[in-house]
Design a protein. Structure first.
Length: 341
């Protein structure tokens, strides 16, 4: 009994001096004193040796001791700092980087062009890439056997040659006019297809943006002013513009618009083929036949249209020398436009 008393006394002072906040040390404490082979258990076993008349007193002593150990254990557990308290935020740490995708250069150029015309009140519309002969040709004043059909090498759908892969976005003009809602001030971006050999300078598909403005008393002067605005916004105030007479079946008169070469400022370089001018679009006043084909009275309404390629200005802006890069989906190429606008 004396012995038991001494042992407990020694353990009390040993335990009383244990302070730790580390969970693994607290667990070691539990095993050492409260575990199935721990100190408390061993003392309990030693109870067998205690003479009967002292058992009650010894039992009391042991129970007190057990409560003391348990209480100390609880105290240690409570002293462990919670996760939140221990994590102080280091505001000087750099943020977690997350990978940003990049827009395709053709999309970037398309958006750029659209945003300029949107400021003039042009809305955006799209049409189908597979078109019927009427929308791609007929309604645009290109009846069957019209020689100008050869201006564009067409992909025909084999099962039904009345269907084609659209050769230009001018087909979307027809779809907009057919809706019969006037006036129209629309921009129509999209992919077009032509049966051409794929090379660094030409491809069997590429992108165009079509413009259409129909209202009462629209004149060629409106066309010129609209395109002047576009050129100044796109290429800067110093760039010169010239219109050359041209031919498109769906416009009369027709023109092609050139800008002074923005690479060499007109001095002559490979981009402008030493001419000092770069052709950027075709345009004209919508042909009266086209208006009538779409149910619009050409006596009352007039309008202008224009169509431009997207790849070429994108190549010039981003210094891309091979058209095929745009459609090869090479991530090394595409990644370079992550920060571009
Ligand atoms: N569709 C023509 C082409 O693909 C471009 C064009 C020229 C569109 C004159 C027009 C236009 O709207 O008025 O070559």
């Amino acid at each position: 009994m004396e012995n038991l008393w001494q042992q407990i006394d020694a353990l009390r002072s040993e335990i009383g001096s244990i302070t730790t906040t580390r969970p693994e040390e607290i667990e070691a404490f539990r095993i050492k004193y409260l575990g199935s082979k721990g100190a408390v258990k061993q003392l309990m076993n030693a109870m067998k040796e205690v003479p009967v008349d002292q058992k009650k007193e010894a039992g009391q002593l042991l129970n007190d001791f057990k409560s003391f150990v348990a209480a100390h254990y609880e105290q240690l557990l409570a002293s462990v700092p919670s996760e939140q308290e221990s994590t102080t935020i280091d505001v000087s740490l750099p943020g977690q980087p997350f990978p940003l995708g990049s827009r395709h250069p053709v999309t970037l150029m398309k958006n750029r062009i659209i945003s300029i015309f949107q400021r003039l009140g042009f809305a955006v519309a799209e049409g189908p890439e597979i078109e019927d002969d009427w929308h791609n040709f007929g309604a645009l004043n290109l009846p069957p056997h019209h020689p100008a059909r050869d201006m564009q090498d067409t992909f025909y759908i084999q099962q039904n040659p009345d269907w084609v892969l659209r050769t230009h976005t001018s087909s979307v003009q027809i779809r907009e006019m057919e809706k019969g809602k006037l006036p129209i001030r629309m921009l129509m971006p999209g992919r077009v297809f032509r049966n051409e050999t794929v090379s660094a300078r030409s491809h069997c598909f590429f992108h165009q943006i079509e413009g259409l403005y129909i209202d009462e008393q629209v004149s060629f002067a409106d066309l010129k002013q609209t395109l002047y605005f576009f050129v100044k916004e796109m290429y800067g105030a110093d760039v010169k513009v010239r219109f050359r007479p041209s031919y498109f079946p769906f416009t009369e008169p027709s023109a092609e618009m050139d800008v002074s070469c923005f690479i060499c400022s007109g001095d002559g370089c490979p981009v402008c083929k030493k001419s000092g001018w770069v052709e950027i679009l075709g345009c004209g006043m919508v042909h009266p036949n086209v208006l009538s084909n779409c149910g619009i009275d050409p006596e009352k309404y007039s309008g202008f249209a224009f169509g431009m390629g997207v790849e070429r200005p994108a190549m010039l802006k981003y210094g891309v020398s091979d058209l095929r890069l745009f459609s090869e989906n090479d991530v090394r190429f595409l990644q370079q436009f992550a920060a571009a606008t």
